[in-house]
Design a protein around this ligand. Structure first.
Ligand SMILES: [Zn+2]
Length: 58
């Protein structure tokens, strides 16, 4: 499993995501970014930051 903490990229956000792979994390994060952070399209730079911040979850 992979884990991503939104606060690693967006200061002050406490949402966390877990999924079997990075693509599934990105899918969840893009929906979260749209609804909770007002980002209609997630910029490529932010996608890169998300990928770097994804950790292995036990
Ligand atoms: Zn967030």
């Amino acid at each position: 499993m992979k884990k991503f903490t939104c606060g690693d990229v967006v200061a002050g956000c406490s949402r966390t995501f877990e999924a079997p792979d990075s693509d599934a994390i990105l899918a969840q994060v893009s929906g979260h970014a749209r609804f909770d952070h007002g980002l209609v399209d997630v910029p490529a730079e932010l996608v890169g930051q998300v990928l770097l911040a994804i950790r292995e979850a036990a």
